[in-house]
Design a protein around this ligand. Sequence first.
Ligand SMILES: Nc1ncnc2c1ncn2[C@@H]1O[C@H](COP(=O)(O)OP(=O)(O)OP(=O)(O)O)[C@@H](O)[C@H]1O
Length: 397
Amino acid sequence: MEGISKLLRTSGKRRLDKTRQSYSVLPDGLCRRFSLADINTATSNFDDDLVIGEGSYGKVYKGFIDHPTTTSVAIKRVDIKSRQIFDELRTELLLLCQLHHPNLVPLIGYYLDDQQVILVYEFIPNGTLSKYLHFQEHVCDPLSWKQRLQICIGVARALHYLHSGVKHSIIHRNVKTSNILLDEKLEPKLINFGDYKMGPPSLSKDLPRMVSEVVGTVGYLDPEYAMHWELTDKSDVYSFGVVMFRVLCARSAVRRELETDEAHLATWARKCIQEGTIYQIIDPYLKGKIAPECFKIYMDIANSCVRNKGKDRPTITEVEVVLEHALELQESADAAREDVDPSGGDQYKYPIVEYTCIASPPEFEGSLESEGSISDSDSTTSAELSLDVAIESPNGQ
Ligand SMILES: Nc1ncnc2c1ncn2[C@@H]1O[C@H](COP(=O)(O)OP(=O)(O)OP(=O)(O)O)[C@@H](O)[C@H]1O
């Protein structure tokens, strides 16, 4: 990783010295370098019909390389309007070509000159996770609960790799559902590394790093980092907690039109957890489909991720382990149900339970047994039995 900063320094100098000219910023062999002619062919000269998305930096095109085998790629083209944009894109490039994990989007190659940076990624066909999380107005088939758990596990694995799998931890800083793409098997791939920051060596991760600007997305942003400008890997954990609530509730992370607690999903979810009403705000599609034991530990870990203080949040490794356990619990509950009623399929109904956690304990203990508690909807108070819960019986009738 020391090599990265060195490369950044040297390549920065090169840029100042040269007029428009393609050049390499990486040692040979580290990453494929495309010519502009290759890119023009791949995108039919940046044909607007091939645009698949647009980020804050520019358009993303679907392209095809290596004719006649034709591999599908996503090509991100960024006009260099400022030195900062140039540096961020080059940073992403330098980082990505050295990272390899099944849940990170693979970078295939790049083209770079003084006026543009073009990054060529593997094409991930199923779009962003946010596309699947539209409360009550599904634009595509809703994901099952098991698929959602598997997606969360994949993203947690990617973050685990970034936080601990490399010499210096890498803090993504912009974990959100629109930065998670799904491949043909709905395996998640984390994208957008332009805002990452290198943390301290992995072994001393708890030391905060002072940053000169706060980067992230409203609704996902760690409040402690936003207030004190001190960044640790726990900021990503906070954002990941918001992703978990998005996955459960299929609601937006932030709704600017509201001026109540409901404006921020994380704040709203924590309030509902304290009041024992969280089940009322989950995605209606999931109601009755989550095994209570799985629901409890999912809520425990999601709730602990969005604690105000980073030191009270779990590490992403702990989150990953708990989510894997949650998936096992769901699978064994599903298997037990199938034994009872083999024809039930996805329609098996679990009792509707509420989850309550009055106050967050000061430390995350690893064991989540003692945290929240769940109760059958039968035993909820009348105040808790508002519309959503009251109209659904455990049998789905
Ligand atoms: N590898 C890829 N495969 C398929 N689609 C992609 C890929 N990369 C990006 N996209 C699509 O292009 C869109 C824009 O991506 P991009 O990373 O530029 O923007 P963004 O997520 O909006 O980022 P920013 O936070 O910089 O505004 C994504 O939302 C996605 O739909």
